[in-house]
Design a protein around this ligand. Sequence first.
Ligand SMILES: [Zn+2]
Ligand SMILES: [Zn+2]
Length: 335
Amino acid sequence: MKKTMKALNLHAVGDLRLDELPVAETQDDEVLVRVAYCGICGSDIPRVFDKGTYHFPTVIGHEFSGTVEYDPKGELTGKRVAVFPLLPCFECESCKAENYALCSNYDYYGSRRDGAMAEYISVKRWNILTLPDSVSLAAGAMCEPSAVACHAVKKLGDLTGKSLLISGAGPIGLIAAMWATNKGAEKVYFFDLDERKIKAARELGFYEYEDGIDVDVSIEGTGAGAALARCLKALKPFGQIVLMGNPSRGIELSQQEYWYILRKELRLLGTWNSSFGEIQNDWRDAISAMSERIITPEKLITHRIGINGDYMYAFEMMRDRTDFYQKVMLEVEDK
Ligand SMILES: [Zn+2]
Ligand SMILES: [Zn+2]
């Protein structure tokens, strides 16, 4: 077993370095994962260039898959795995109800503690999910966006015969559309400011939304007031909308737009992250949906960049939107 590893280590805002770091020791409640893939999440861009992490330096990366290199108990060695990146406190009210994503005192791989843009990471056994042979490691690294999409779509209940409008055709929106189609949605429409994203959505069998089309249900995936207003306008009376996009500023609605909620008696539903409990577990559901090809998140990988390669290009490209991208994946393991 190697004693040191390469890792993308954030030393300060804007200062991301490929460092050679010691491989952290594996505790009894942990296993050592040899990382195969780690997706660059949209949230990693402000983390690197703007907001930073909770302390410096921090190895970033929280959307990952790999193979268990060492398990002190021997049970998982050699298994291909995905990892839930949130470490709950297990003590707060939310944790006691298995609502771990709502934990008031959590830790997190890749932001609050070292993450997975590294050759190795020791992770808690509790956070591990094994991947069946039918799910690739690349798809496995997309469990997080898949589980988030799954969590949002579940809020809408039975979709048989329904029309769905999604604002924002990024990876989570597209995976939500795949999921919704499997749950019976008849037609899934998208709007997005980026024409290229609409083109990609159409290639996956979805439709471009045009004003005047009424829909039964909607998912707002951008966190922008104008997008929310457009979704509210499109909904039929008694329609439901899931609010999924995380706003970067306040959301404002005009009186007219607000009236859509009142006059059409719309139902607004919030969604946050994903469930990872014994009973409700979006991650488990995402993996079985991948296995059955109900969702195919790996189709959304537009860039694969080796950890030794031009990783800074990937981050800057995402920041400046110089390329069209959906999912940018770091290939950590040398192939
Ligand atoms: Zn993420
Ligand atoms: Zn908690």
